[in-house]
Design a protein around this ligand. Structure first.
Ligand SMILES: C[S@@+](CC[C@H](N)C(=O)[O-])C[C@H]1O[C@@H](n2cnc3c(N)ncnc32)[C@H](O)[C@@H]1O
Length: 502
């Protein structure tokens, strides 16, 4: 391996993104403004010490600063940066976080303690790929069951493990933890400590622009947790930024579910799913170039730019996520080859009923056979996924799981054929236009959108999921909307057919 590649690998393995001093300064000032007045400050993965240096300036009365780091060269850089006057207050330790005994370290630190910093940005699966060993000893801290627990294979961020471990050790001390991390990590940590009733009295999340500060494209934040017996409901204030700290919402918890917006949930909790509705995913094939077509001069053209001469029988109109999210579902721009009526069907029937389609599939068998997803393993050749009776419902009401908007679109049939949506969309199958219009009206109502917003973390990779959609009780929503329109005594007037749907 060349020196440059070795360095790159090291950066990945140790999740090494040093915090710029201006951000460390801003964070320390934010903590001061929050009333944090530590007697000691610990940076458990201190790197070249951006945070320690800022903290020494901000927390003048702190008596002890402890910096721990695995990379000896970084500690040497930090040592050079320390002012003579500060040296007496600082202890630097060369150590591996995963080998440290915090029960031994913490009692020697004057309280209140501030644990400050920016733990490594790397996941165990990335470490697995590069054969890295910067990991905790196998520990099923997420409480997985079955196969995942046995193999220890479940994916987690190293920082998630570190934060939970630190909070566990800090919870019965006078201490504050303030750490930069991905917002997805912060949410998992909150869920963990709330589910297990950690003694954490107050939590806050300040959004941080990771692209600007670290050139990393992951949504990030400063997570602040104060140790102590919890007072009141489990809630975490979400603030717009570290220096312009405007509260934008509060993350909360309802039973085992993390809420993106506690206030919205309280307002609309009567819509929380008593009557689950079968939301379906769109069709999955993992081979766009072969399985999807556009129409050019009356002919199908595949993703390789080739004209494709096949029968119509297995070709269906298709709306991709972008079209569904924008409500452009009246005229399809794509078509898709649907080789099965339900998962596992024998595809050889195509050979008899549509020989040109079969020979097209055979021509591209290599591409189709190479699809990596395990859902195609031991399945008939040319199989697809996410297909069933529901895929062939004449009408659908669909939403994209990827886009940052709540827009339910009606998907009408095209020339008598049901239209499909891709596997990043979710839909409700409907038998006729009236049903689809009723569903779409209900789902696009203010009440439904606000209810869903209570669960949606917009910075997640797939903000809208079937799990969230299933929470919305369409029956309760229909009843509520009906009352709004026709007054409080209208229950009796709701026709059975309206409810038969849900
Ligand atoms: C995201 S950087 C942050 C550095 C520093 N805290 C800052 O904010 O600038 C993560 C740091 O963790 C260190 N690190 C990674 N794994 C470690 C481990 N197991 N024990 C101690 N330090 C570790 C890396 O060398 C790197 O300096």
């Amino acid at each position: 391996m060349t020196g440059k590649n070795q360095k790159k690998r090291q950066v990945v393995e140790f999740g090494d993104f040093q915090t710029p001093s201006h951000l460390a300064d801003e964070i320390c000032h934010c903590l001061l403004a929050e009333g944090v007045r530590p007697k000691s400050v610990v940076e458990p993965t201190c790197g070249i010490g951006g945070f320690l240096i800022s903290a020494m300036a901000a927390f003048e009365h702190a008596r002890k600063f402890l910096g721990i780091e695995i990379n000896r060269a970084y500690l040497r850089v930090l040592e050079q940066k320390l002012r003579q006057a500060d040296r007496k207050r600082v202890e630097l330790r060369h150590a591996d976080f995963f080998q440290l005994d915090w029960e031994d370290i913490l009692p020697h630190l004057p309280e209140p303690i501030l644990v400050l910093g920016n733990p490594p940005w790397v996941t165990n699966s990335v470490l697995g790929r590069i054969r890295g060993s910067n990991l905790p000893i196998k520990n099923n801290f997420q409480g997985h069951r079955g196969f995942d627990a046995i193999t220890g294979k479940s994916n987690f961020d190293i920082s998630e493990w570190m934060l939970i471990h630190l909070l566990d050790k800090l919870q019965h001390r006078r201490a504050v933890l303030a750490m930069l991390c991905k917002t997805a990590v912060a949410r998992k940590v909150l869920k963990h400590i709330w589910t297990r009733d950690f003694s954490i009295s107050d939590t806050r999340l300040y959004t941080v622009d990771a692209k600007a500060h670290f050139n990393v494209s992951a949504p990030a934040c400063l997570l602040v947790c104060r140790a102590g017996p919890p007072a009141g409901a489990k809630a975490c204030g979400v603030f717009s930024g570290v220096s312009t700290a405007r509260k934008i919402s509060a993350i909360g918890m309802h039973e085992a579910t993390l809420l993106a917006d506690q206030k919205k949930y309280k307002k609309w909790s009567q819509l929380d799913g008593q009557v689950p509705v079968a939301w379906r995913s769109g069709v999955k094939h993992d081979c766009v170039q072969v399985m999807e077509f556009i129409r050019r001069e009356g002919a199908f053209v595949n993703g390789l730019g080739e004209r494709v001469d096949i029968e119509d029988e297995f070709v269906f109109p298709l709306y991709k996520s972008s079209a569904v999210a924008k409500g452009l579902t009246n005229r399809p721009e794509r078509w898709v080859l649907i080789t099965q009526k339900s998962v596992g069907d024998d595809t050889r029937i195509i050979r008899e009923s549509a020989p040109k389609t079969w020979s097209y599939l055979t021509e591209y068998a290599d591409e189709l056979d190479q699809r990596k997803s395990s859902v195609y393993k031991n399945k008939p050749r040319f199989s697809i996924f996410g297909v069933g009776d529901y895929s062939f419902a004449a009408w659908k009401v669909a939403i994209s799981g990827l886009y940052k908007r709540i827009q339910f679109s009606i998907i009408p049939p095209v020339d008598g054929k049901p239209a499909m949506v891709d596997d990043t969309c979710y839909f409700l199958p409907c038998t006729n236009r009236n049903e689809a219009v009723l569903c779409a009206d209900l789902l696009n109502s203010k009440a439904a959108r606000e209810f869903l917003r209570a669960f949606i973390f917009w910075d997640a990779k797939r903000p809208i999921t079937a799990h969230i959609l299933k929470r919305l009780d369409l029956r309760a929503l229909a009843k509520m909307q009906h009352k709004t329109l026709y007054g409080p005594c209208a229950d009796a007037e709701i026709s059975a057919s309206q409810f038969a749907l849900f």
